[in-house]
Design a protein around this ligand. Structure first.
Ligand code: TRP
Length: 425
């Protein structure tokens, strides 16, 4: 069986945090490690422009995300790791899909509806206030990201499921309208990693401003961990590990024994300060090595750029031929292009020319049958040459004496006789 293609994109608007790492980066890298899948991972920098109009931030986030994935050990010889904007075919496909996507489908997009709802709640009369066409049609760009590589499985957060369904919709419409070129993708959602808590206990997310950057300095890491919200239980009082952000973060990085030991400490009434110190020391030990690699890469961005460009080359080996097919299928073609179907028609025509020739040959044989006695006359004559000349002279005289229609018939016969007797004449 062919390997399935796994694809996911990371919007380049922020600094990678522990939630991104546990929820997306780590599982994606793990999926690329065996030999089970083809993996396409990319920096969605065109997506960044939808929400973020700060060019420095977009550029810096792109550096940080690229360096993060490499620092964490993504093997770019196996996985294809690239920047969306290095693949012009994606933008090109976006337009073709835009023409395959009903506006009503986009009206139902959660991202767009959230903006409309916010405007309504704010009492604005223009419900589309602040909505760009980029935000409105963003699922189409995302569909192009996915369909361009005929991806089967798309690991995403819950909020993205709808977009994968929309991509299926567009793929289906294209396949039906033009040609079956696109695979229908499926979302893969890992429920467990959806729940990584941030400093305030809510889901760790840039939009809640409760994140711990994955590769901040050790000092910064400790400072942030100290900010994790706790209750007022004193040291010595037993604590509920399952309701503690500290314990949860710890256990996401720990093996079973380590988790069990920490749970025991919670039951034994570890103080919050000590728990935070343990979490810090544990995370710092886990992150020190990739953090050092990350810092190296951030100081050698030329090397990172090179990796991305190589990845783009690999990605385009897939995108370019598929995009060629998409263009041809939708009628965007060189003027001289002869479609396969036309080629077939041509062949059919050529075939029918053959059939006509065959019929012609049949007709010729039928006439010759009738003329057989005349031909025999020549064959049986002592002087075949003069008999042949004699016969042709007679037939010529007959042709001359006939009216138009009959003349044509006799003329045909004459010509056939001349052909058949050519050897003697
Ligand atoms: N929109 C996705 C997000 O915000 C990022 C993304 C862009 C993506 N293109 C993609 C994810 C294609 C999966 C596949 O998380």
């Amino acid at each position: 069986m062919d390997k399935k293609t796994v694809l996911t994109g990371i919007t380049t608007t922020g600094t990678p945090h522990i939630g991104n790492y546990l929820g997306a980066i780590k599982p994606a890298i793990e999926m690329s490690q065996g030999d089970s899948y083809n993996n396409f991972y990319f920096l969605a920098d065109f997506h960044a422009l939808i929400k973020c109009h700060d060019p420095e931030r977009v550029a810096q986030s792109t550096r940080e995300i690229a360096a993060t994935w490499l620092a964490l050990g993504l093997d770019t010889d196996k996985a294809t790791f690239y920047r969306q904007t290095d693949i012009p075919e994606i933008t090109e496909l976006t337009w073709i899909l835009t023409c395959m996507c009903s506006k009503g489908l986009m009206n139902r997009s959660h991202a767009y509806k959230a903006s409309v709802d916010a405007n309504r709640d704010a009492g604005k009369t223009d419900l589309d206030d602040g909505v760009t066409m980029g935000l409105f049609s963003y699922p189409i760009l995302m569909a192009a990201d996915i369909l361009m590589f005929n991806a089967d499985l798309i690991p995403v957060g819950k909020d993205q499921i709808q977009h994968i369904e929309m991509a299926r919709d567009m793929a289906g419409r294209f396949n039906h309208t033009y040609k079956n070129l696109f695979t229908l993708p499926e979302a893969v959602v890992d429920e467990e990693t959806q729940l990584i808590p941030g400093l305030d206990g809510r889901k760790m997310s840039k939009s809640y401003d409760n994140t711990i950057p994955l590769f901040c300095s050790a000092d910064e890491l400790y400072k942030l961990i100290k900010q994790i919200k706790t209750d007022t239980l004193e040291p010595g009082q037993p604590k509920d590990a399952d309701n503690s952000t500290i314990f949860q973060l710890y256990s996401y990085f720990a093996n079973e024994q380590e988790s069990a030991a920490m749970r025991q400490q919670f039951e034994n009434g570890i103080g919050w300060g000590d728990a935070k110190k343990e979490l810090f020391e544990f995370l710092d030990a886990k992150l020190a090595e990739p953090r050092a690699r990350y810092n190296e890469l951030m100081n050698d961005l030329g090397a990172v750029e090179e990796v991305l460009l190589k990845g783009a080359e690999k990605a385009r080996e897939v995108a370019t031929p598929l995009m060629d097919q998409v263009r041809i299928a939708s009628g965007i073609r060189p003027l001289t292009y002869v479609a396969e179907a036309k080629e077939e028609q041509k062949q059919k025509k050529e075939k029918s020319a053959e059939a006509i020739a065959r019929a012609e040959e049949g007709r010729r044989r039928a006439i010759l049958m009738q003329l057989k006695p005349l031909l025999d006359r020549v064959e049986n004559a002592a002087d075949k040459a003069s008999e042949a000349a004699q016969l042709i002279a007679e037939k010529t005289a007959e042709v001359e004496g006939l009216k138009k229609k009959a003349k044509q018939k006799a003329q045909n016969e004459l010509e056939l006789l001349q052909e058949e007797l050519a050897a003697y004449l």
